[in-house]
Design a protein around this ligand. Structure first.
Ligand code: HEC
Length: 98
């Protein structure tokens, strides 16, 4: 279960990312790729990001999934790490602005 505080932080960070796009990257694409390729391919291939009924369709939704999964995997990523992986997924697979 997500705490209201966490949800508020997630929303605030998402709003910040949305505001700062597209003139600057919130994260770092190559860092996002290496974090992703190291920690996030144990359970699923990138096909999960492109399936028909995918869960996420906006930057904020992708970010929430990244936050959720790094939490499940107990990785304790910083918001910079979360944003870097979100930017990478948004750019490479979701094809949405980041
Ligand atoms: C323990 C296994 C496991 C690990 C590790 C894991 N995932 Fe997942 N992930 C899943 C499963 C299962 C689903 C789809 C079902 C669901 O979301 O309930 C999923 C779904 C997702 C989705 C949503 C795809 C959609 O439908 O749009 C994203 C994004 C995602 N994972 C990102 C990550 C990232 C980033 C990491 C690394 C921090 C990660 N996952 C690590 C099991 C895992």
């Amino acid at each position: 279960m997500k705490s209201p505080v966490l949800t508020a932080l997630t929303l605030a960070a998402g709003a910040y990312a949305a505001l700062s796009a597209p003139t600057s990257f919130a994260g770092d694409l190559s860092r996002g790729k290496s974090l992703h390729d190291t920690f996030c391919i144990a359970c699923h291939s990138p096909v999960v990001y492109q399936r028909k009924d995918r869960l996420a369709d906006s930057y904020l939704e992708v970010r929430q999934q990244v936050e959720r999964w790094q939490g499940n995997a107990r990785l304790r990523w910083s918001s910079y790490d979360i944003e870097s992986v979100t930017d990478y997924l948004a750019d490479k697979y979701y094809k949405i602005p980041y």
